[in-house]
Ligand binder design. Structure first.
Ligand SMILES: *[C@@H]1O[C@H](CO)[C@@H](O)[C@H](O)[C@H]1NC(C)=O
Ligand SMILES: *[C@@H]1O[C@H](CO)[C@@H](O)[C@H](O)[C@H]1NC(C)=O
Ligand SMILES: *[C@@H]1O[C@H](CO)[C@@H](O)[C@H](O)[C@H]1NC(C)=O
Ligand SMILES: *[C@@H]1O[C@H](CO)[C@@H](O)[C@H](O)[C@H]1NC(C)=O
Length: 375
């Protein structure tokens, strides 16, 4: 069972035994890609993502550090490998070839095998409990947070939790915003029905018309697989956002708790919003639930130490504390809440933003991440 086999991993400790000779390019920004860091950490990147390449001022505080760059233009999450190949071939003199159906790219195992984190024997042990169809469903789910069907196909043991919040959903007290999930319940509705073995109520009849999502850029590292209702996890990580990064009224997540139960979507996020650093809690419906001195000045350009405890499920809780490392201007941001925290959920951090014209590039550094299951 994936959830019970999840072992607390301290990545920094794991990697401390490995020679990190040089920076390693994980994603080059040509199209949206995903890959693995360890059995319980994954990445997705539409921009450039390196393991390493952090300047000394940052690397002196983030020992196992990743560099993440989103360009001012391009680097869109929606760009698939076949889009990229088609653009390359149409810009060359070569005759146009029919392209394969849109597929994003998965880079699963290669770079870690090269580093020695995974080798043929321990990787096989980790993967052997999944069937071939589950593995391919897992890869689809890794590439698309909205592909909940594939997620639950990969992790069928989590299905009993999928519609545990179903009644609160129908009463509108939960899943208030589903920005990340367009048209939930409109496509593949037969498979989004609550399992008949657990409930006799039918799935919500929605007449929402699926609209194309706004252009987005996403470089995120995240826990995998999602944690289910009732589990309690302690996460720590560090981050640094380059000074001068532009913000707007459009979303820009530094981190999010992403749920995959119900219709999926964010539960709690830390956002850079119109010059402010704010916690947004989608389930409880506050947009400025907590903020860091109301401004990104003092937050950008500093290493931030994040500490988050969360119990998933309807009777859940979250306790979050961020500390700004600046010795001259130390600061903190705290947020606590109780209630629905979702299920089959991941912590995701990095930079995920709506792409708008005139925005600045975003360079960020993240690392030293740990996850420990407390209950
Ligand atoms: C970033 O975008 C600029 C245009 O805004 C482009 O000239 C440049 O090549 C891009 N860089 C990368 C690494 O894609
Ligand atoms: C695979 O890696 C593990 C450590 O993660 C090591 O103990 C084992 O000897 C390695 N096996 C091979 C075949 O390299
Ligand atoms: C919710 O959790 C609290 C303590 O964490 C406990 O006292 C309470 O009984 C729980 N409620 C339900 C409905 O499980
Ligand atoms: C999270 O839990 C750990 C272990 O109990 C504790 O040391 C830490 O201070 C907690 N963090 C927050 C933000 O509550």
């Amino acid at each position: 069972m994936p959830s019970s086999s999840v072992v607390a991993i301290t990545l920094a400790a794991l990697l401390s035994t490995i020679e990190l000779a040089s920076a390693q390019l994980l994603a080059n920004g040509d199209y949206f890609q995903a890959g693995n860091i360890s059995p319980t950490w994954r990445w997705q990147a539409s921009g450039v993502l390196y393991h390493g390449r952090c300047p000394f001022s940052v690397a002196s505080q983030i020992s196992d550090c990743y560099q993440s760059v989103l360009n001012a233009t391009g680097d869109l999450e929606s760009t698939t490998q076949s889009d990229y190949l088609a653009a390359m071939s149409s810009s060359s003199a070569a005759a146009a070839q029919p392209t394969s159906p849109a597929r994003r790219s998965i880079n699963f195992g290669g770079e870690l095998a090269a580093r020695g984190v995974f080798n043929s024997s321990n990787y096989a042990v980790y993967r052997k409990s999944m069937s071939a169809t589950q593995k391919s469903a897992e890869q689809r789910a890794l590439m698309d947070d909205e592909d909940l069907e594939s997620y639950f196909e990969a992790f069928p043991d989590q299905l009993p939790y999928r519609f545990a919040n179903y009644m609160s959903y129908t009463h509108g007290s939960s899943f208030k915003a589903k920005r990340q999930v367009i048209g939930c319940g409109t496509g593949g509705t037969t498979t989004t029905q609550p399992p008949s073995s657990t409930t006799t109520t039918s799935a919500p009849a929605t007449s929402t018309t699926a609209t194309p999502p706004s252009p987005r850029q996403r470089n995120e590292i995240f826990t995998w697989p999602g944690a289910t209702a009732g589990q309690t996890w302690h996460y720590t990580w560090k981050s640094y956002q380059s000074p001068g990064t532009s913000t707007s009224y459009n979303f820009f997540h530094s981190w999010q708790i992403l749920r995959r139960d119900g219709c999926g979507g964010p539960v709690v996020t830390l956002d850079y919003l119109d010059g402010n650093v704010v916690i947004q809690d989608t389930v409880r419906g506050c947009k400025d639930c907590a903020s860091y001195m109301k401004h990104t000045l003092g937050w950008f350009g500093q290493v931030i130490y994040h500490d988050l405890n969360i119990t998933y499920g309807l009777n859940g809780s979250i306790n979050y504390l961020a500390k700004v490392s600046n010795a001259l201007r130390p600061g903190m941001l705290r947020y606590s809440a109780t209630g629905d925290m979702g299920s089959s959920a991941s912590l995701k951090f990095g930079a995920y933003r709506r792409a708008i014209s005139g925005m600045s590039p975003s360079t960020s550094y993240v690392g030293d991440f740990t996850q420990t299951q407390l209950a």
